[in-house]
Design a protein around this ligand. Structure first.
Ligand code: 5GP
Length: 189
């Protein structure tokens, strides 16, 4: 297997833009030299989500203890719930020579950019805001109030796309996946 230069990769984009769909295909197509960082969250699992695979679903109290213990590389409160990246996991994988991909929202991404200036940063944007709203509603996983909150946050997030090294427009999923693979190959060469 070709040797690679391990990198921390930040993958950010508004809720509903299709990050999960892109990543599911990306991880099927690339080598095992990159791993997905499974976050901790205090939000409730959606139908089909598995603890330890999609997230580690923990209580607010457990999350706040982890903050106190300094367990997070970054964390944020997003739409009423905590989300955070396990620092030890990231450090261990990088030490083992693997790249680590963080799928995180904007506040967390900005924290990691400060702490890890060598991180490769990627922002996924929708073709239009209307399309984002359509996708968010189409997945039927949130109630109206949550959708409204997420759309408001999305407006702010989209204004920050130019802070990232790469911006991928997710118009056709397959094209977005190809772009992501190209970035991965280039940045870890
Ligand atoms: P969802 O509830 O839709 O799974 O995630 C909501 C948002 O939180 C998404 O933008 C997702 O990328 C982000 N997110 C997931 N894990 C983390 C994390 O560990 N840290 C931060 N800051 N955001 C995260």
């Amino acid at each position: 297997m070709k040797s690679r230069n391990p990198k921390l990769i930040i993958f950010t984009g508004p809720s509903g833009v299709g990050k999960g769909t892109i990543l599911a295909d990306f991880f099927k197509k690339v080598d095992k030299k990159i791993v997905y960082s499974i976050s901790n969250t205090t939000r409730n699992p959606r139908d089909g989500e598995i603890n330890g695979m999609h997230y580690f679903f923990i209580s607010k109290e457990e999350f706040e203890n982890m903050i106190k213990e300094g367990d997070f590389l970054e964390y944020a409160c997003y739409s009423g719930n905590y989300y955070g990246t396990n620092k030890k996991f990231v450090e261990e994988k990088l030490k083992q020579g693997k790249s680590v991909l963080l799928e995180i929202e904007l506040q967390g991404a900005l924290q990691v950019m400060k702490k890890c200036p060598d991180a490769v940063t990627i922002f996924i944007k929708p073709p239009t805001f209307q399309e984002l709203e359509k996708r968010l509603r189409g997945r039927h996983s949130e109630d109206e109030q949550t959708i409204q909150k997420r759309l408001l946050i999305a407006q702010e997030e989209l204004k920050n796309a130019d802070k990232f090294h790469y911006v991928i427009e997710n118009k056709v999923v397959n094209d977005a996946v190809c772009e992501l693979i190209e970035i991965y190959n280039k940045e870890t060469a």
